[in-house]
Design a protein. Structure first.
Length: 231
């Protein structure tokens, strides 16, 4: 099967990335950084090895400055071209949305939804949402790129994604969780990944929103964790 697929959002060739599964086998996923989406063939996302999760997080962080293309309303499966169906699931970290192939070929997830699934992202609390509304009228959906009127909406009116943020506590907890999982899985200490965790990183919630000229809250969080991943 050809590992180079056309992005359902922009029709450009996606970036193929070989990742390790939890059972030790290699699987190839496909990413489109301008559209900020990941295509998982059937069954790939769940059993990714902890090191693979961290590798994907690093790739998302590295391309955080890439401008997001809003996804079109009609998306097609890159395997069979059948229209993908917007699907809503409830997982440990909250509501999860993605686009799935009705023929079972796989699913398309936004970077945001992947980060939520792997517990890097959390929803804003009512108090935080009130604060954001007081200083920002409109943000861009971290999942589909559509506009959200904060004075009117508590979630994206296009894809239903909750208004969320990637912040210090969520990242610190997730990094430790996935690093510990890899260390337990590794057969030798040197094979465990080492991700430095800095407690001196300034995150979005510690900065006045009035001084921030970024309309998308999860990208704002990604821009603030350079020291965490690169230090």
């Amino acid at each position: 099967m050809n590992d180079s697929l056309q992005c359902p959002g922009c029709n450009e060739t996606m970036t193929a990335e070989a990742l390790e599964r939890s059972d030790g086998r290699a699987e190839t996923i496909n990413l489109c950084f301008p559209c900020r989406v990941i295509w998982f063939d059937q069954g790939e996302s769940g059993p990714l090895a902890p090191q693979a999760v961290m590798k994907l997080f690093q790739a998302i962080h590295t391309h955080r400055g890439t401008g997001q293309r809003p996804l079109p309303q009609r998306l097609r499966c890159p395997r069979c071209t059948v229209p993908l169906e917007l699907t809503h699931d409830l997982v440990k970290t909250g509501r999860l949305t993605y686009y799935r192939c009705l023929h079972g070929h796989g699913r398309l997830s936004s970077f945001f939804q992947f980060l939520r699934e792997k517990q890097f992202v959390r929803d804003l609390s009512p108090a935080e949402l009130t604060r954001v509304r007081a200083e920002i009228r409109e943000v861009r959906c971290s999942s589909c790129g559509g506009p959200i009127d904060l004075q009117r909406d508590a979630s994206c009116p296009y894809c239903g994604a909750a208004i969320s943020v990637l912040d210090r506590d969520a990242v610190d907890k997730a990094v430790r969780m996935w690093t510990d999982a890899q260390a337990k899985r590794a057969s030798a200490p040197q094979s465990a990944i080492q991700v430095p965790v800095s407690h001196d990183v300034t995150f979005a919630q510690d900065t006045s929103l009035a001084t921030i000229d970024l309309p998308e809250l999860v990208s704002l969080g990604l821009s603030a964790i350079g020291t965490l991943l690169d230090g």
